[in-house]
Design a binder for this molecule. Structure first.
Ligand SMILES: C[S@@+](CC[C@H](N)C(=O)[O-])C[C@H]1O[C@@H](n2cnc3c(N)ncnc32)[C@H](O)[C@@H]1O
Length: 247
């Protein structure tokens, strides 16, 4: 579960408690909220453990969670409403001013059906904010179906009546390398979990390249250079899309 820290009136995801890919994606989410002018009700579609709930209730008057019953069972939180086998949600048209779709599209075998349904329930000119992984092992098996490219996402959103406001690459080759590094060496220290101080020290050392990467990309110039020359392998993508008025 993502750990949210609160400082100076702002929510942020700490690198010490979360995978770096998640921290970077959460930071983009926060940027995207600036675009969302209508802040009535937000739907967290595929809510799982609802890691963004705390943050979302700060931005919106009402928060509603929805999830697919079959896969939600693996999570700790139950949703307020269900999503059926055809990706439908039992609410009227134009109900939500924003829909959050965080790390969900890869689990939906028929993503076009989900996007059609989301288009139905979001208000005209309402927003969908979301993320998908690109570099990520199979997870929530056997309900892991897709890895999307930038171009697939673009086509898919436009085809289903959304205008793209932001579609961002998250991370780069170097970031992914630090991720693989911590995953690889993490396996070797797992048996030492019971020796807490030693495990903590080794874990910190293993995560060190990730921390250094994180500090490096805080320098905008470095982040831009890395994206330009080593951007082929992102952690994933983050998007802010808008339902067009005439849909
Ligand atoms: C990786 S979890 C992400 C959960 C949460 N949104 C987050 O950001 O941590 C994937 C979520 O997708 C949901 N899911 C799986 N298949 C789905 C489907 N067909 N329709 C809607 N949600 C689905 C799962 O129940 C789970 O909550």
């Amino acid at each position: 579960m993502l750990a949210i820290r609160h400082r100076n009136g702002k929510y942020y995801y700490s690198i010490f408690h979360n995978p770096i890919s998640r921290v970077l994606k959460a930071k983009l989410f926060i940027k995207y909220f600036d675009f969302v002018d209508k802040r009535d009700t937000v739907l967290d579609y595929g809510s799982g453990d609802a890691p963004y709930k705390k943050m979302l209730i700060e931005y919106f008057d009402n928060y509603v969670s929805a999830d697919y019953e079959v896969t939600n069972m693996k999570h700790n939180r139950r949703p307020e409403i269900g999503i059926d086998d055809d990706q439908k949600v039992d609410v009227g048209d134009n109900t939500f001013s924003c829909v959050v779709l965080s790390e969900v599209l890869e689990h939906i075998y028929k993503p076009h059906e989900a996007l059609q349904e989301i288009r139905r329930i979001v208000v005209p000119e309402g927003y969908v904010i979301g993320t998908v992984p690109f570099f990520m092992w199979e997870h929530e098996k056997p309900y892991d179906f897709h890895r999307y490219t930038y171009f697939c996402l673009k086509h898919m959103f436009e085809e289903n009546g959304f205008e793209i406001v932001k579609l961002d690459y998250v991370g780069d080759n170097l970031g992914v390398l630090t991720y693989i590094h911590s995953k690889f060496f993490g396996v070797f220290i797992k048996p030492l979990r019971t020796i807490k101080p030693l495990h903590f020290i080794l874990k910190t050392l293993i995560n060190l390249p990730g921390f250094i990467y994180y500090l490096l990309i805080k320098i905008k110039f470095v982040e831009r250079l890395l994206k330009k020359y080593f951007g082929e392998y992102p952690f994933g993508f983050a998007f802010l899309i808008k339902k067009s008025k005439d849909q």
